[in-house]
Ligand binder design. Structure first.
Ligand code: RFL
Ligand code: PHB
Length: 391
Protein backbone atom coordinates (compact mmCIF):
# COMPACT_ATOMS: atom_id res chain seq x y z
CA UNK A 1 0.00 0.00 0.00
CA UNK A 2 1.26 3.51 -0.78
CA UNK A 3 0.01 7.00 0.08
CA UNK A 4 1.43 10.50 0.54
CA UNK A 5 0.79 10.95 4.28
CA UNK A 6 0.49 8.02 6.68
CA UNK A 7 -1.51 9.14 9.73
CA UNK A 8 -1.31 7.16 12.97
CA UNK A 9 -4.34 7.72 15.23
CA UNK A 10 -7.97 8.60 14.55
CA UNK A 11 -8.49 11.07 17.38
CA UNK A 12 -9.41 14.66 16.57
CA UNK A 13 -5.85 15.44 15.38
CA UNK A 14 -5.53 12.52 12.94
CA UNK A 15 -9.05 12.89 11.58
CA UNK A 16 -8.94 16.65 11.05
CA UNK A 17 -5.55 16.27 9.37
CA UNK A 18 -6.97 13.61 7.06
CA UNK A 19 -9.90 15.88 6.17
CA UNK A 20 -7.81 19.02 5.55
CA UNK A 21 -5.30 17.10 3.43
CA UNK A 22 -8.16 15.63 1.42
CA UNK A 23 -9.44 19.18 0.77
CA UNK A 24 -5.91 20.14 -0.38
CA UNK A 25 -5.85 17.14 -2.72
CA UNK A 26 -3.20 15.28 -0.69
CA UNK A 27 -3.66 11.51 -0.33
CA UNK A 28 -3.62 9.98 3.10
CA UNK A 29 -4.45 6.85 5.07
CA UNK A 30 -5.40 6.77 8.77
CA UNK A 31 -4.44 3.79 10.97
CA UNK A 32 -6.30 3.50 14.29
CA UNK A 33 -5.72 0.93 17.03
CA UNK A 34 -9.31 0.97 18.37
CA UNK A 35 -12.70 0.22 16.82
CA UNK A 36 -14.85 2.96 15.25
CA UNK A 37 -17.45 2.43 17.99
CA UNK A 38 -14.86 2.92 20.74
CA UNK A 39 -13.38 6.07 19.20
CA UNK A 40 -16.83 7.59 18.63
CA UNK A 41 -17.94 6.87 22.20
CA UNK A 42 -14.88 8.20 24.05
CA UNK A 43 -16.08 11.08 26.27
CA UNK A 44 -13.44 13.76 26.65
CA UNK A 45 -13.25 17.48 25.91
CA UNK A 46 -16.23 19.75 25.46
CA UNK A 47 -15.11 23.31 24.71
CA UNK A 48 -14.02 24.61 21.29
CA UNK A 49 -12.18 27.91 20.92
CA UNK A 50 -13.53 30.57 18.57
CA UNK A 51 -11.01 29.79 15.81
CA UNK A 52 -11.35 26.03 16.30
CA UNK A 53 -15.02 26.49 15.36
CA UNK A 54 -13.93 28.29 12.18
CA UNK A 55 -11.39 25.59 11.41
CA UNK A 56 -14.05 22.88 11.63
CA UNK A 57 -16.41 24.96 9.46
CA UNK A 58 -13.68 25.43 6.85
CA UNK A 59 -13.03 21.68 6.98
CA UNK A 60 -16.68 21.15 5.96
CA UNK A 61 -17.81 19.59 9.26
CA UNK A 62 -19.55 22.58 10.84
CA UNK A 63 -23.21 21.76 10.12
CA UNK A 64 -24.10 19.60 13.14
CA UNK A 65 -21.79 21.61 15.43
CA UNK A 66 -23.59 24.83 14.50
CA UNK A 67 -27.00 23.20 14.88
CA UNK A 68 -26.42 21.37 18.18
CA UNK A 69 -23.43 23.10 19.82
CA UNK A 70 -24.01 25.80 22.44
CA UNK A 71 -22.35 29.18 21.95
CA UNK A 72 -21.12 30.53 25.27
CA UNK A 73 -20.34 34.22 25.59
CA UNK A 74 -18.85 33.97 29.07
CA UNK A 75 -17.83 31.71 31.99
CA UNK A 76 -18.35 31.98 35.73
CA UNK A 77 -15.74 31.88 38.46
CA UNK A 78 -17.15 31.03 41.89
CA UNK A 79 -15.17 31.59 45.10
CA UNK A 80 -15.98 32.69 48.63
CA UNK A 81 -19.50 31.53 47.72
CA UNK A 82 -20.02 34.28 45.16
CA UNK A 83 -20.28 34.03 41.37
CA UNK A 84 -18.38 36.35 39.02
CA UNK A 85 -18.96 36.28 35.28
CA UNK A 86 -16.18 36.82 32.76
CA UNK A 87 -17.90 38.34 29.74
CA UNK A 88 -16.13 37.13 26.58
CA UNK A 89 -18.38 39.07 24.22
CA UNK A 90 -17.66 42.37 25.94
CA UNK A 91 -13.95 41.72 26.56
CA UNK A 92 -12.99 40.02 23.27
CA UNK A 93 -15.99 40.10 20.91
CA UNK A 94 -15.72 36.29 20.70
CA UNK A 95 -17.36 33.14 22.09
CA UNK A 96 -16.54 29.48 22.67
CA UNK A 97 -18.64 26.55 21.47
CA UNK A 98 -19.63 23.79 23.87
CA UNK A 99 -19.69 20.73 21.61
CA UNK A 100 -18.39 17.28 22.58
CA UNK A 101 -15.11 15.99 21.30
CA UNK A 102 -16.75 12.67 20.44
CA UNK A 103 -19.24 14.54 18.25
CA UNK A 104 -16.34 16.28 16.47
CA UNK A 105 -14.81 12.84 15.96
CA UNK A 106 -18.10 11.39 14.69
CA UNK A 107 -18.57 14.26 12.23
CA UNK A 108 -15.03 13.91 10.91
CA UNK A 109 -15.27 10.12 10.49
CA UNK A 110 -18.58 10.51 8.63
CA UNK A 111 -17.08 13.18 6.33
CA UNK A 112 -13.96 11.11 5.58
CA UNK A 113 -15.88 7.93 4.83
CA UNK A 114 -18.48 9.78 2.69
CA UNK A 115 -15.60 11.17 0.58
CA UNK A 116 -14.10 7.69 0.13
CA UNK A 117 -11.26 8.26 2.62
CA UNK A 118 -9.39 5.32 4.13
CA UNK A 119 -9.47 4.82 7.90
CA UNK A 120 -8.31 1.38 9.03
CA UNK A 121 -9.76 0.76 12.49
CA UNK A 122 -8.43 -1.99 14.76
CA UNK A 123 -4.97 -1.85 13.21
CA UNK A 124 -2.59 -3.53 15.67
CA UNK A 125 1.15 -3.53 16.27
CA UNK A 126 1.51 -0.23 14.38
CA UNK A 127 5.18 0.77 13.92
CA UNK A 128 6.54 3.89 12.19
CA UNK A 129 9.67 2.82 10.26
CA UNK A 130 12.57 4.35 8.29
CA UNK A 131 11.54 7.93 9.02
CA UNK A 132 15.20 8.96 9.10
CA UNK A 133 15.33 8.10 5.39
CA UNK A 134 13.57 9.60 2.35
CA UNK A 135 11.27 6.55 2.27
CA UNK A 136 9.37 6.11 5.51
CA UNK A 137 6.75 3.43 6.02
CA UNK A 138 4.33 2.17 8.63
CA UNK A 139 4.11 -1.53 9.44
CA UNK A 140 0.99 -2.89 11.09
CA UNK A 141 -1.41 -5.82 11.29
CA UNK A 142 -4.94 -5.58 9.98
CA UNK A 143 -7.52 -8.35 9.57
CA UNK A 144 -4.87 -10.82 10.68
CA UNK A 145 -2.39 -9.78 7.98
CA UNK A 146 0.97 -8.07 8.29
CA UNK A 147 0.94 -4.95 6.07
CA UNK A 148 3.21 -2.06 5.07
CA UNK A 149 2.05 1.45 4.20
CA UNK A 150 4.70 3.37 2.28
CA UNK A 151 4.43 7.15 2.44
CA UNK A 152 6.29 10.48 2.08
CA UNK A 153 5.71 11.58 5.69
CA UNK A 154 4.31 10.05 8.87
CA UNK A 155 1.94 12.07 11.06
CA UNK A 156 2.08 10.87 14.68
CA UNK A 157 -1.42 11.70 15.93
CA UNK A 158 -1.56 8.78 18.36
CA UNK A 159 -2.03 10.62 21.63
CA UNK A 160 0.04 10.67 24.80
CA UNK A 161 0.36 6.86 25.10
CA UNK A 162 1.03 6.23 21.40
CA UNK A 163 4.07 4.72 19.69
CA UNK A 164 5.30 7.67 17.60
CA UNK A 165 6.97 9.81 20.26
CA UNK A 166 8.50 6.65 21.78
CA UNK A 167 10.01 5.73 18.39
CA UNK A 168 12.20 8.84 18.34
CA UNK A 169 15.64 8.28 19.91
CA UNK A 170 15.55 9.60 23.50
CA UNK A 171 18.61 11.81 22.98
CA UNK A 172 16.78 13.72 20.21
CA UNK A 173 13.88 14.91 22.39
CA UNK A 174 13.82 17.34 25.29
CA UNK A 175 10.96 16.63 27.70
CA UNK A 176 9.45 19.33 29.92
CA UNK A 177 7.01 17.99 32.46
CA UNK A 178 5.02 18.72 35.60
CA UNK A 179 2.60 16.44 37.40
CA UNK A 180 0.05 17.90 39.81
CA UNK A 181 -0.72 16.40 43.22
CA UNK A 182 -4.40 15.90 42.32
CA UNK A 183 -6.73 14.54 39.63
CA UNK A 184 -10.31 15.17 38.49
CA UNK A 185 -13.19 12.82 39.13
CA UNK A 186 -15.43 13.43 36.10
CA UNK A 187 -19.07 12.40 35.81
CA UNK A 188 -21.74 12.47 33.16
CA UNK A 189 -25.30 12.78 34.50
CA UNK A 190 -28.73 12.63 32.90
CA UNK A 191 -29.87 15.98 34.23
CA UNK A 192 -30.11 19.37 32.51
CA UNK A 193 -27.15 21.62 33.42
CA UNK A 194 -27.75 23.76 36.53
CA UNK A 195 -26.23 26.80 34.83
CA UNK A 196 -26.40 28.17 31.27
CA UNK A 197 -22.63 28.75 31.31
CA UNK A 198 -19.71 26.85 32.85
CA UNK A 199 -18.88 27.40 36.52
CA UNK A 200 -15.27 27.03 37.73
CA UNK A 201 -15.38 26.86 41.55
CA UNK A 202 -12.50 27.40 43.95
CA UNK A 203 -13.51 26.05 47.37
CA UNK A 204 -11.75 25.14 50.63
CA UNK A 205 -12.71 21.49 49.97
CA UNK A 206 -11.19 21.60 46.47
CA UNK A 207 -11.93 22.64 42.89
CA UNK A 208 -15.16 21.78 41.06
CA UNK A 209 -16.35 22.43 37.50
CA UNK A 210 -19.83 22.43 36.07
CA UNK A 211 -20.04 21.83 32.32
CA UNK A 212 -22.50 20.17 30.00
CA UNK A 213 -23.15 17.95 27.00
CA UNK A 214 -26.08 19.61 25.27
CA UNK A 215 -29.13 20.90 27.12
CA UNK A 216 -30.12 17.62 28.73
CA UNK A 217 -26.89 16.25 30.21
CA UNK A 218 -24.46 17.63 32.77
CA UNK A 219 -20.72 17.05 32.84
CA UNK A 220 -19.19 17.76 36.23
CA UNK A 221 -15.73 17.40 37.71
CA UNK A 222 -14.31 17.55 41.20
CA UNK A 223 -10.72 17.69 42.38
CA UNK A 224 -9.63 14.40 43.98
CA UNK A 225 -6.45 12.44 44.71
CA UNK A 226 -4.54 11.56 41.50
CA UNK A 227 -4.94 7.83 42.23
CA UNK A 228 -8.52 8.07 43.51
CA UNK A 229 -10.67 4.98 42.91
CA UNK A 230 -13.89 6.20 41.24
CA UNK A 231 -15.71 3.20 42.73
CA UNK A 232 -15.08 4.65 46.21
CA UNK A 233 -17.46 7.45 45.23
CA UNK A 234 -21.15 6.53 45.45
CA UNK A 235 -23.54 8.76 43.49
CA UNK A 236 -24.78 10.20 46.77
CA UNK A 237 -21.25 11.08 47.90
CA UNK A 238 -20.46 12.77 44.56
CA UNK A 239 -23.59 14.95 44.64
CA UNK A 240 -22.99 15.86 48.30
CA UNK A 241 -19.41 16.89 47.60
CA UNK A 242 -20.37 18.86 44.49
CA UNK A 243 -23.09 20.66 46.46
CA UNK A 244 -20.54 21.73 49.06
CA UNK A 245 -18.11 23.01 46.49
CA UNK A 246 -20.71 24.89 44.41
CA UNK A 247 -22.37 26.42 47.51
CA UNK A 248 -23.33 30.04 46.90
CA UNK A 249 -24.77 32.87 48.99
CA UNK A 250 -27.30 35.49 47.97
CA UNK A 251 -28.40 33.70 44.79
CA UNK A 252 -31.41 31.55 44.11
CA UNK A 253 -29.32 28.68 42.77
CA UNK A 254 -29.05 24.99 43.49
CA UNK A 255 -27.29 22.04 41.93
CA UNK A 256 -29.69 19.75 40.07
CA UNK A 257 -29.05 16.05 40.66
CA UNK A 258 -29.76 13.12 38.37
CA UNK A 259 -28.63 9.59 37.49
CA UNK A 260 -24.86 9.34 36.95
CA UNK A 261 -24.09 7.36 33.79
CA UNK A 262 -20.27 7.58 33.73
CA UNK A 263 -17.49 8.10 36.26
CA UNK A 264 -13.74 8.31 35.73
CA UNK A 265 -10.58 9.83 37.20
CA UNK A 266 -8.13 11.87 35.08
CA UNK A 267 -4.63 12.61 36.34
CA UNK A 268 -3.34 16.16 35.77
CA UNK A 269 -0.14 16.81 33.91
CA UNK A 270 1.71 19.41 31.85
CA UNK A 271 4.06 17.92 29.25
CA UNK A 272 5.93 19.12 26.16
CA UNK A 273 8.31 17.13 23.90
CA UNK A 274 10.61 19.22 21.71
CA UNK A 275 11.12 19.28 18.78
CA UNK A 276 7.91 17.94 17.27
CA UNK A 277 9.69 16.48 14.26
CA UNK A 278 12.37 13.87 13.72
CA UNK A 279 13.25 13.18 10.09
CA UNK A 280 9.99 12.46 8.26
CA UNK A 281 8.03 11.75 11.43
CA UNK A 282 5.97 14.67 12.78
CA UNK A 283 4.13 14.73 16.13
CA UNK A 284 0.75 16.44 16.48
CA UNK A 285 -1.63 16.95 19.42
CA UNK A 286 -1.38 14.92 22.62
CA UNK A 287 1.47 12.87 21.11
CA UNK A 288 3.67 15.94 21.66
CA UNK A 289 2.04 17.84 24.51
CA UNK A 290 -0.43 17.60 27.38
CA UNK A 291 -2.10 20.35 29.38
CA UNK A 292 -4.13 19.96 32.57
CA UNK A 293 -7.81 20.29 31.53
CA UNK A 294 -8.53 23.43 33.60
CA UNK A 295 -8.18 25.77 30.61
CA UNK A 296 -10.11 23.45 28.22
CA UNK A 297 -7.19 23.54 25.79
CA UNK A 298 -6.00 20.01 24.87
CA UNK A 299 -8.32 19.46 21.92
CA UNK A 300 -7.92 23.03 20.70
CA UNK A 301 -4.15 22.79 20.76
CA UNK A 302 -4.30 19.55 18.76
CA UNK A 303 -6.47 21.24 16.12
CA UNK A 304 -4.06 24.21 15.94
CA UNK A 305 -1.07 21.87 15.25
CA UNK A 306 -3.07 20.24 12.48
CA UNK A 307 -3.75 23.58 10.78
CA UNK A 308 -0.05 24.42 10.76
CA UNK A 309 0.96 20.99 9.46
CA UNK A 310 -1.72 20.84 6.75
CA UNK A 311 -0.68 24.28 5.50
CA UNK A 312 3.00 23.24 5.47
CA UNK A 313 2.18 20.13 3.43
CA UNK A 314 0.11 22.19 1.03
CA UNK A 315 3.15 24.46 0.41
CA UNK A 316 5.39 21.42 0.05
CA UNK A 317 3.26 19.61 -2.52
CA UNK A 318 1.72 22.52 -4.41
CA UNK A 319 4.40 25.23 -4.25
CA UNK A 320 7.43 22.96 -3.91
CA UNK A 321 8.39 24.96 -0.85
CA UNK A 322 9.51 23.06 2.27
CA UNK A 323 10.10 26.18 4.43
CA UNK A 324 6.87 25.82 6.41
CA UNK A 325 7.52 22.12 6.98
CA UNK A 326 10.97 22.96 8.36
CA UNK A 327 9.39 25.56 10.66
CA UNK A 328 6.51 23.31 11.78
CA UNK A 329 7.87 22.53 15.24
CA UNK A 330 8.90 26.10 16.11
CA UNK A 331 5.65 27.57 14.79
CA UNK A 332 3.57 25.17 16.91
CA UNK A 333 5.74 25.47 20.02
CA UNK A 334 5.27 29.24 20.22
CA UNK A 335 1.55 28.72 20.67
CA UNK A 336 1.91 25.56 22.77
CA UNK A 337 4.02 27.25 25.45
CA UNK A 338 1.56 30.13 25.78
CA UNK A 339 -1.26 27.62 26.18
CA UNK A 340 0.82 25.54 28.62
CA UNK A 341 1.30 28.70 30.64
CA UNK A 342 -2.42 29.54 30.64
CA UNK A 343 -3.45 25.98 31.59
CA UNK A 344 -0.89 25.87 34.42
CA UNK A 345 -2.07 29.29 35.63
CA UNK A 346 -5.78 28.36 35.63
CA UNK A 347 -4.88 25.14 37.47
CA UNK A 348 -2.83 27.03 40.08
CA UNK A 349 -5.53 29.65 40.53
CA UNK A 350 -8.45 27.30 41.04
CA UNK A 351 -7.26 24.19 42.89
CA UNK A 352 -6.64 23.52 46.53
CA UNK A 353 -3.00 22.70 47.21
CA UNK A 354 -2.37 20.68 50.39
CA UNK A 355 1.05 22.31 50.68
CA UNK A 356 -0.34 25.85 50.67
CA UNK A 357 0.16 27.83 53.84
CA UNK A 358 -2.59 30.16 55.07
CA UNK A 359 -0.59 32.98 53.47
CA UNK A 360 -0.55 31.30 50.05
CA UNK A 361 -4.27 30.58 50.27
CA UNK A 362 -4.91 34.30 50.87
CA UNK A 363 -2.73 35.16 47.88
CA UNK A 364 -4.76 32.77 45.70
CA UNK A 365 -8.04 34.37 46.75
CA UNK A 366 -6.58 37.84 46.22
CA UNK A 367 -5.57 36.86 42.71
CA UNK A 368 -9.08 35.57 41.97
CA UNK A 369 -10.51 38.80 43.30
CA UNK A 370 -8.12 40.76 41.07
CA UNK A 371 -9.01 38.66 38.00
CA UNK A 372 -12.73 39.37 38.36
CA UNK A 373 -12.46 43.02 39.39
CA UNK A 374 -9.84 44.36 36.98
CA UNK A 375 -10.86 44.72 33.34
CA UNK A 376 -7.24 44.15 32.28
CA UNK A 377 -6.99 40.91 34.27
CA UNK A 378 -10.44 39.67 33.12
CA UNK A 379 -9.41 40.36 29.54
CA UNK A 380 -6.25 38.29 30.00
CA UNK A 381 -8.33 35.32 31.08
CA UNK A 382 -10.97 35.89 28.39
CA UNK A 383 -8.59 36.24 25.44
CA UNK A 384 -6.74 33.06 26.40
CA UNK A 385 -9.96 31.14 27.03
CA UNK A 386 -11.57 32.00 23.67
CA UNK A 387 -8.19 31.22 22.09
CA UNK A 388 -5.14 33.20 21.07
CA UNK A 389 -5.10 34.22 17.40
CA UNK A 390 -3.81 31.63 14.94
CA UNK A 391 -0.44 32.35 13.32
P1 RFL B 1 -6.29 11.39 21.13
O1 RFL B 1 -7.66 11.91 21.18
O2 RFL B 1 -5.74 10.71 22.32
O3 RFL B 1 -6.23 10.41 19.88
C1 RFL B 1 -5.16 9.54 19.65
C2 RFL B 1 -5.67 8.36 18.85
O4 RFL B 1 -4.58 7.50 18.54
C3 RFL B 1 -4.96 6.15 18.78
N1 RFL B 1 -3.73 5.37 19.06
C4 RFL B 1 -3.18 4.55 18.14
N2 RFL B 1 -3.54 4.24 16.89
C5 RFL B 1 -2.76 3.35 16.23
N3 RFL B 1 -1.64 2.79 16.77
C6 RFL B 1 -1.25 3.08 18.02
N4 RFL B 1 -0.16 2.53 18.56
C7 RFL B 1 -2.03 4.01 18.77
N5 RFL B 1 -1.92 4.53 20.02
C8 RFL B 1 -2.97 5.35 20.17
C9 RFL B 1 -5.90 6.25 19.98
O5 RFL B 1 -6.76 5.12 20.09
C10 RFL B 1 -6.66 7.52 19.63
O6 RFL B 1 -7.80 7.25 18.83
O7 RFL B 1 -5.23 12.54 20.74
P2 RFL B 1 -5.41 13.86 19.82
O8 RFL B 1 -6.06 13.51 18.52
O9 RFL B 1 -4.09 14.51 19.86
O10 RFL B 1 -6.48 14.75 20.60
C11 RFL B 1 -6.20 15.32 21.85
C12 RFL B 1 -7.47 15.42 22.71
O11 RFL B 1 -8.12 14.17 22.73
C13 RFL B 1 -7.16 15.88 24.14
O12 RFL B 1 -6.18 16.88 24.16
C14 RFL B 1 -8.42 16.45 24.85
O13 RFL B 1 -9.40 15.47 25.02
C15 RFL B 1 -8.04 17.05 26.20
N6 RFL B 1 -9.20 17.52 26.97
C16 RFL B 1 -9.80 18.73 26.67
N7 RFL B 1 -9.36 19.49 25.63
C17 RFL B 1 -10.02 20.64 25.29
O14 RFL B 1 -9.59 21.32 24.33
N8 RFL B 1 -11.13 21.09 25.97
C18 RFL B 1 -11.63 20.37 27.01
O15 RFL B 1 -12.66 20.78 27.54
C19 RFL B 1 -10.95 19.18 27.42
N9 RFL B 1 -11.41 18.45 28.43
C20 RFL B 1 -9.73 16.72 27.98
C21 RFL B 1 -10.84 17.23 28.72
C22 RFL B 1 -9.21 15.45 28.25
C23 RFL B 1 -9.77 14.69 29.25
N10 RFL B 1 -9.21 13.41 29.45
C24 RFL B 1 -9.96 12.25 29.72
C25 RFL B 1 -7.83 13.16 29.15
C26 RFL B 1 -11.38 16.48 29.72
C27 RFL B 1 -10.85 15.23 30.02
C28 RFL B 1 -11.49 14.47 31.15
C1 PHB C 1 -15.77 19.57 29.66
O1 PHB C 1 -16.91 19.98 29.34
O2 PHB C 1 -15.47 18.38 29.61
C2 PHB C 1 -14.75 20.55 30.12
C3 PHB C 1 -15.04 21.90 30.10
C4 PHB C 1 -14.09 22.81 30.54
C5 PHB C 1 -12.86 22.35 30.98
C6 PHB C 1 -12.57 20.99 30.98
C7 PHB C 1 -13.53 20.09 30.55
O3 PHB C 1 -11.95 23.24 31.44
Amino acid sequence: MRTQIGIIGAGPAGLLLSQLLHLHGIENVVLEARSRQYVEGRIRAGVLEYDAVRTLEEAGVGARMNAEGLKHFGVNLRFRERTHRIDFADLTGKFVMVYSQHDVVRDLIAARLAAGGTILFEASDVRPCDFESEHPSIRFRHNGQEQTLECDFIAGCDGFHGVCRESIPKAELAIYERTYPFGWLGILADVPPSSEELIYANHERGFALLSMRGRERSRLYLQCAPDEDPEAWSDERIWEELSWRFAVRGEDWHLKRGPITQKSVTPMRSFVAEPMQYGRLFLLGDAAHIVPPTGAKGLNLALADVRVFARALDSYYHKHDSTRLGEYSNTCLRRIWKVERFSWWMTSLLHRFETHSAFERRIQLAELDYVVSSRAASTTLAENYVGLPLE
